[in-house]
Design a protein around this ligand. Structure first.
Ligand SMILES: [Fe+2]
Length: 367
């Protein structure tokens, strides 16, 4: 049960938050996160990371590699040849009408999709220059097998009799699907409004600092009506870093998260934070970085909300990210000192975006 103190704090934060939690008449309602698009100079090396992370190759040539999860309907990671960059992501929409309305509202046109599975798309640019495409009518890839998690013996429930548990550590885990992506933005109110108006995303939970009307994080889910949707498909953060912060892929249970991590550890990949259980979204998590420094999450057992669940308002502090697990570290909190971080701070303090000197001090205190 929630304590009265938490309830009153939540009510106070809800009153202070200047950003609405949903748009009543969006252009369309996105159905799910379909794909991410990166550029990498060495396609084979880039694909190796995602294969070791748990994806499998759909197709590859000298210009790009398409990778998939076991139950993804199409390629969920698209790696194009080029200088290292995060290009953007794709959201599925429900109809040709949705595409037509999105195209008209954003003064662009409907074109053929290029995910290798047919379909049509509308390509938009969000307020921070991220490429966001709406995609519809692509043909499905057949599902791959995801092994069942071993049955667990618990108090009063002992389904596993005369059988031992043995977890394979000599191969990558199997990713089921793309779950969510997280972006750092320059003006959070504008970005949230853009995704609400174009794609109907609902804010599941806001995190705010004391006495600040602008949220620090908004966790946004797809509005599927009475159908449950992942707690967040897109999270938007108004910290110091901008651009791609991390993307999460779903696994089947805690053993899979741990074994997938052990395989990556043996392959000497860079571990960032985990294993733990988040608060907002509730998922078990483990964070890693690819050779270019982009962060990716293995997760399992996340919350599913239908559109009736009201928005939550929460304070942000070092313990607000997880229920259990190792303490939040500088790498995960985006505080690891680097030339790029200093450059970003200086540029942003000189601009007129959300990052003022006062907000920067508050963010450092909160993190
Ligand atoms: Fe995440």
């Amino acid at each position: 049960m929630t304590s009265p103190t938490l309830n009153s704090q939540s009510a106070m934060l809800a009153q202070q938050c200047a950003v609405p939690s949903r748009c009543t008449a969006p252009v369309c309602r996105a159905q799910k996160l379909v794909a991410l698009r990166f550029r990498r100079p060495d396609l084979k090396k880039a694909a190796r990371f995602f294969i070791d992370f748990g994806l499998s190759v759909v197709s590859e040539d000298e210009d790009r590699v398409l990778l998939r999860g076991a139950s993804d309907e199409t390629a969920c990671v698209i790696i194009e040849h080029g200088a290292p960059a995060y290009v953007g992501f794709s959201l599925a929409v429900a109809s040709a009408d949705d595409l037509a309305r999105l195209a008209a509202a954003n003064n662009t046109e409907v074109i053929d999709a290029d995910h290798g599975r047919g379909g049509r798309r509308v390509q938009l640019i969000d307020p921070d220059g991220i490429q966001v495409e709406a995609i519809w009518n692509y043909s499905r890839l057949p599902d791959l097998n995801v092994p069942d998690a071993p049955p667990e013996n618990r108090v009063k429930q002992t389904p596993r009799i005369n059988t031992a548990v043995r977890i394979a550590l000599d191969r990558p885990c199997i990713i089921n699907k793309l779950g969510h992506t997280v972006l750092g933005v320059r003006r959070i109110a504008e970005s949230i409004a853009w995704y609400q108006q174009n794609f109907g995303l609902i804010v599941s939970d806001f995190q705010l600092m004391e006495n600040d009307a602008l949220p620090v994080v908004a966790f946004m889910r797809c509005d599927l009506g009475n159908q449950p949707a992942d707690h967040h498909t897109l999270a938007i953060a108004s910290g110091v870093e901008t651009g791609h912060m991390h993307t999460a892929f779903e696994l089947n249970g805690l053993d899979s998260v741990a074994a997938g991590g052990e395989f990556l550890r043996r392959r000497k990949y860079h571990h960032t934070w985990g294993i733990g259980r988040h608060i907002l979204g509730s998922q078990l998590f483990d964070y890693w970085r690819d050779p270019h420094g982009d962060m990716f999450e293995h997760y399992s057992d996340g919350d599913l909300f239908d559109s009736n669940v009201p928005t939550g308002y929460h304070p942000i502090h070092p313990e607000s990210m997880h229920q259990w697990g190792p303490p939040l570290n500088a790498d995960m909190a985006g505080k690891k000192p680097s030339i790029n971080l200093i450059r970003t701070i200086v540029t942003r303090l000189r601009s007129n975006d959300d990052l003022s000197f006062k907000r920067l001090i508050n963010l450092i205190r909160s993190a």
